[in-house]
Design a protein around this ligand. Sequence first.
Ligand code: BDP
Length: 330
Amino acid sequence: MNSYFKTTTLTLAAAALSVSIAAGAQAREWRGWNIHPPGYSVSEGMEEFARLINEKSGGSLESKVYHNAVLGDQPDAIQQVRLGGLDWAVFNMGPMGEVSPSANIVSLPFIFKSVDAMHGIMDGPVGERISEGLVEAGLQPLGWFDSGARSFYNTQKPINTPDDVKGMKFRVMSNDLYVNMVAALGGNATPLPYGEVFQSLKLGVIDGAENNYPSYDSSGHFEAAKYYSVTEHLILPECLCMNKALYDNLSDDEKKIVHEAAEASVTLQRKLWAEGDEKSKAKVLAAGIEINEIADKTAFQDAMKPVYEQFLAANPDLADLVQATLDAQK
Ligand code: BDP
């Protein structure tokens, strides 16, 4: 080997090494937290986000989804994404109320008349204020996923009126508003991690819980609690979001990639959500679940008055936002 060739080869090898080191250093894997199993609409949407980030950046950004809450329970994961221990996630807006008071607007029972109304609100000025609150809490929202409407289910009987809830014990997500919500119906609520609900239903530690059809299905809760009563008391969006500092440090091109990936993943998730909602309802019905519709929900809505009053007394600065949300649906 002549010396010119040798030097050139060495130089090229060194250059290749430094490129790969640089790429390696840049492409620190962004860990995405997910509570759901693979195949669930949220999981598919997140996979799409990660795939597009990797693809559009040509590998200079790298992202991966960790399903089934293997990186921790939701309230902890929210703290982790705020602090940068985790990089991104899809969080239900329920437990987000604990880190940002304005996020709690969506957790006021019956505040949205329909999923469409919720979308309209989240895409408008109220959604903007909620996003600002999350940004202040260290979370950069990138898009809103669907999670339909939540209803009560239990091991004992159909719920038709608030009276039927009296004395029953329900699991709720981590948020005081939900404890107050169940109390206002005469029941008891206990916040429990999602992963503990099935066993708690089986053991009779709780009588019921509340969720949408796809989660009632994928969690297997329908096998333990066969009475599903369509109260639709909460219509909660879910937030595709990332650590704010991580987002702020991205270049404009990288931010563009992140936003494009988020937009595509939201579109996919919402489509899969609509399909999955129907499929799960059909599946639990076929499994022998008893579903009761509640034609007139007025009694449930009226019972929520003290929940609103308590919330507004504790958060007087959010009164205009609550009013704007209600007015926008008149
Ligand atoms: C599901 C949400 C998930 C929640 C879960 C729960 O998608 O984020 O953690 O409900 O009830 O519908 O905890």
